[in-house]
Write a protein that binds this ligand. Structure first.
Ligand SMILES: *Cc1c(COP(=O)(O)O)cnc(C)c1O
Length: 238
């Protein structure tokens, strides 16, 4: 078994255990293998081991990799990084889920791009819970406003929330942020109730290599795991 395949097996087992301990079904959690900084061959190894959802952060790197992997037609790409407005059109309609709807101007551009491509794009609203300056996303207090703007964007389908909480080596410290995203999700869910086309349940994309079991305990439906599957990343390929 390759190292990537062995790592994947271990991560899947940890996901199943965390879900079961939380009284959830392991199949309720989607594992996104974050392949940024790793080669198309590494993605192929994970794919051969059964992995189908992959995450990337940088447009050019993703374009090159996805072209090399075009033969894997059931591979699902997730776009995780901030999208500069002039790059949005390269991504819209080509990824299964865009995790980084993070500002009003960007959302406007995403809507326009999806409309002109004639597609409906699934998106997650990125929330900057701690309002960190170096991070993107809307603050908790603005979430309702963003929710309403997304609801009025006919070519964008809001599927849930994503967060990248403040870094901490101790996953127990990170737990509070995961909890807060879940509480916010419940609040937004209540606001959507009864609206036509409202999703039955909003997803929660939260948890990375260092803390995904804790995120699952707090309700994550999507975990984004890179290092624990592919190993340490090479410096950014841009
Ligand atoms: C890189 C990245 C990840 C994966 O991080 P690891 O610590 O390698 O698991 C998850 N989410 C986002 C948004 C990222 O940029």
């Amino acid at each position: 078994m390759s190292e990537v395949a062995a790592n994947l097996t271990a991560v899947q087992a940890a996901i199943a255990q965390a879900a079961t301990e939380a009284g959830r079904q392991p199949t309720d959690v989607t594992l996104i293998a974050v392949s940024k900084g790793h080669s198309a061959d590494a993605v192929r190894e994970a794919y051969a081991a059964g992995q189908r959802d992959f995450g990337e952060n940088y447009v050019q790197e993703w374009q090159e990799k996805s072209a090399q992997l075009a033969d894997l037609t059931d591979l699902r790409w997730h776009f995780l990084g901030h999208l500069q407005r002039n790059k949005i059109r390269f991504v819209i309609g080509k990824v299964a889920l865009l995790h980084s709807a993070d500002d009003m101007a960007g959302i406007d551009e995403m809507q326009r791009g999806a409309w002109s491509a004639g597609v409906k794009q699934d998106v997650l609203l990125q929330i900057n819970l701690a309002e960190e300056e170096q991070k993107r996303g809307c603050g908790e207090d603005d979430a309702e406003l963003f929710l309403d703007v997304l609801s009025r964007s006919p070519n964008l389908v809001l599927r849930g929330l994503m967060t990248l909480p403040p870094m901490d080596e101790n996953p127990e410290t990170t737990r509070q942020w995961f909890k807060r995203l879940r509480v916010l999700r419940d609040r937004l869910q209540a606001r959507l109730r009864g609206r036509p086309g409202a999703p039955a349940s909003l997803w929660l994309s939260m948890g990375m290599s260092s803390d995904y079991p804790v995120a699952i305990a707090e309700g994550a439906t999507h975990v984004r795991v890179g290092t624990a599957i592919f190993g340490a990343r090479a410096p950014k390929i841009r």
